[in-house]
Write a protein that binds this ligand. Structure first.
Ligand SMILES: NC(=O)c1ccc[n+]([C@@H]2O[C@H](COP(=O)([O-])OP(=O)(O)OC[C@H]3O[C@@H](n4cnc5c(N)ncnc54)[C@H](O)[C@@H]3O)[C@@H](O)[C@H]2O)c1
Length: 275
């Protein structure tokens, strides 16, 4: 048992799911460093959280040096980090052969390399202390692959593979590794997309699942939980039956997405020339 407030870092916490996770953890008594590529928005979000004990910090998860600086800043402000939440992510939606190369690279850099950087920076100190938890917001697209989200699904499948291997490497060290995999959540990232057969979620529902996993660590948690059953059934079916079931359950985002509703969000992915 620890006598101090537990300390969490949440990346991509200025808005959306990350902000909901930071809020739920703060409500649960954690000190939270809200980290985001938009440092000003992270600081504003942290200042608004009730109860104090939270800070807002800038980070670009694509850059390992920046993530290392984030950890130092968080520890200087709040103390040793018990929980590191890899949440920052981006998504471009549309036909694979229309995807701008800059959008593809940004998805792989933020969604996959960003997670790798989180592990490489956060795990050593946790292993040395024999205690810690690295929780990653992956996606239902870590197991399913909606048309129109080819590179996004590749990045999220990559995250699952990476975490599966690292979890084994960290077994017995006291450092937990876990993944929370939601279906479509109503945030800016998912603007204009379809939930398909699944009901879309509020960010707070994902945050609740995160708090549950933090209290009782387990490796993979789908939100909602029954999506796990779909992934198991799809995995064992012969290909023809798998195609039939996928077409009835996994949304085809090429057909179903309202591209006009995504225009503002996606312009930022393609136009931004920051490192
Ligand atoms: N919204 C969904 O439908 C959905 C479903 C499953 C999984 N997810 C995953 O949940 C996570 C959060 O997504 P969201 O829906 O809240 O998106 P969002 O766009 O609302 O928020 C993402 C946050 O990440 C920040 N960010 C982007 N690039 C960054 C970088 N390089 N470094 C640091 N911060 C950066 C953004 O500034 C933003 O504040 C992502 O990993 C996403 O893939 C989302």
């Amino acid at each position: 048992m620890t006598s101090h407030r537990q300390v969490a870092v949440v990346t991509g916490a200025a808005r959306g799911i990350g902000h909901a996770i930071a809020t739920a953890l703060a409500t649960d008594g954690w000190s939270v460093a809200l980290a985001d590529v938009n440092g000003d928005a992270a600081r504003t979000a942290a200042a608004r959280l009730k109860g104090g004990g939270c800070v807002g910090l800038g980070v670009d998860v694509r850059d390992q040096t920046s993530v290392a600086q984030l950890l130092r800043d968080a520890e200087a402000a709040l103390g040793p980090v018990d929980l590191f939440v890899n949440n920052a992510g981006v998504m471009w939606v549309g036909p694979f052969d229309e995807e701008p190369e800059s959008a593809t690279r940004r998805m792989l850099d933020v969604n996959l390399i960003g997670v790798v950087n989180g592990f490489r920076v956060a795990a050593p100190a946790m292993r040395a202390r024999g205690h810690g938890h690295i929780l990653t917001i992956a996606s239902a697209a870590s197991r399913l692959a909606p048309p129109g989200e080819a590179a996004y699904a590749a990045s999220k499948h990559g995250v699952l593979g990476y975490c599966t291997a690292v979890r084994r490497e960290l077994k017995g060290t006291g450092v937990h590794v876990s993944l929370v995999c939601p279906v479509v959540v109503r945030t800016e990232l998912a603007a204009g997309t379809s939930g398909g057969a699944a009901r879309t979620l509020r960010p707070e529902q994902v945050a609740k699942a995160v708090v549950d996993v933090v209290r009782r660590p387990r490796f993979v948690t789908f939100v909602p939980r029954h999506v796990a059953l779909l992934t198991v059934v799809l995995a064992v079916l012969p290909q023809q039956a798998r195609d039939w079931l996928s077409e009835r359950t996994v949304p085809d985002q090429v057909r179903a997405t309202d591209r006009v509703k995504r225009a503002d969000y996606e312009r930022q992915l393609v136009d931004r020339d920051d490192p």
